[in-house]
Design a protein around this ligand. Structure first.
Ligand code: ZN
Length: 226
C-alpha cells in the first residue's frame, strides 16, 4: 500500500512537470472542434508518448531499462501513423474510377479482405475478413481501392457494427451507388484473450442496401462469399 502511494505521488509530480508542460506548449495550437482536440501528428505523438509513459510508470515498469525506454514514443508513433491513422481525414484514400467499358452490370464481389482493427472498449485487436459487393452504375472502382477504403475505416478504435456501416457508406460515396453489401466476420481479442476467453466464436455483421435488400440478390451474394 505504502509503495503504491509513493508511486502515485511520483506520477503526479511527473504529470505536472511533463504532461502539463507539454499541453501548455501546445496551447495556441489547440482548438476545439466537435469536442476534439486538434493537434498536428508530431504534437499528437509527443502528447501520447508522455501519457503512455505515465501509464507504464503507474504499472511499475522501469523506464530506464534499455528495452522499455523508447516504448512510449514507439507506441505513440504506431497509434498516430499506423493503427489509428484512419482518425485523420487527411489519410482518406483517393479513389479513382474507371468507365465500365465491358458493360458488366452484374454483381461484383471482393471477398476475404484482411481486417485489422481495434476494439474501442479495450484497445485490443479485432482480426477478421471483410466481404464487399456492389453493382456498377457506369463506373467501376480499382479493386485495391476497395481494400484501401476498408483499411482506412479499420484504422480507428472501432465497434464492428459502426465499422460495417462506415465501409458501406464510404463505398456508396466513392462509387456513386446505393447498391452495396458489406459483411464482416471477425474475432475480437477482448473476447478470445481475456474476459470470457472464448477462442471459437466470431462476430458477423452485415449491411445491405439498394439492390441487395432483394432476398434473391442477397442470397446470391452470401452464396458467393461462402
Ligand atoms: Zn472489446
Amino acid at each position: 500500500m505504502e509503495n503504491s502511494k509513493v508511486l502515485y505521488k511520483d506520477f503526479e509530480e511527473i504529470s505536472l512537470k511533463e504532461i502539463e508542460g507539454n499541453y501548455n506548449g501546445f496551447q495556441e495550437n489547440i482548438s476545439s472542434k466537435r469536442g476534439k482536440i486538434i493537434l498536428n501528428d508530431e504534437e499528437k505523438i509527443e502528447v501520447i508518448a508522455s501519457h503512455f509513459k505515465g501509464i507504464m510508470q503507474v504499472l511499475g515498469l522501469d523506464l530506464n531499462d534499455d528495452s522499455l525506454k523508447d516504448t512510449p514514443e514507439r507506441v505513440a508513433k504506431m497509434y498516430v501513423n499506423e493503427i489509428f491513422s484512419g482518425l485523420n481525414p487527411a489519410n482518406e484514400p483517393e479513389v479513382t474510377l474507371f468507365e465500365n467499358k465491358y458493360q458488366y452490370n452484374k454483381m461484383l464481389i471482393e471477398k476475404g479482405i484482411t481486417l485489422f482493427s481495434y476494439c474501442e472498449h479495450h484497445f485490443v485487436p479485432i482480426i477478421g475478413k471483410v466481404h464487399v459487393g456492389y453493382f456498377s452504375k457506369g463506373k467501376v472502382i480499382g479493386l485495391s481501392k476497395i481494400n484501401r477504403l476498408v483499411q482506412y475505416y479499420a484504422k480507428r478504435p472501432q465497434v464492428q457494427e459502426r465499422l460495417t456501416n462506415e465501409i458501406a457508406e464510404g463505398l456508396k460515396k466513392a462509387i456513386g451507388t446505393e447498391d452495396v453489401a458489406v459483411v464482416i466476420d471477425a474475432n475480437h481479442l477482448c473476447v478470445s484473450s481475456r474476459g470470457i476467453k472464448d477462442t471459437n466464436s466470431s462476430t458477423i455483421t452485415a449491411h445491405y442496401s439498394g439492390k441487395f435488400i432483394n432476398e434473391g440478390t442477397k442470397n446470391e451474394f452470401l452464396a458467393l462469399i461462402r
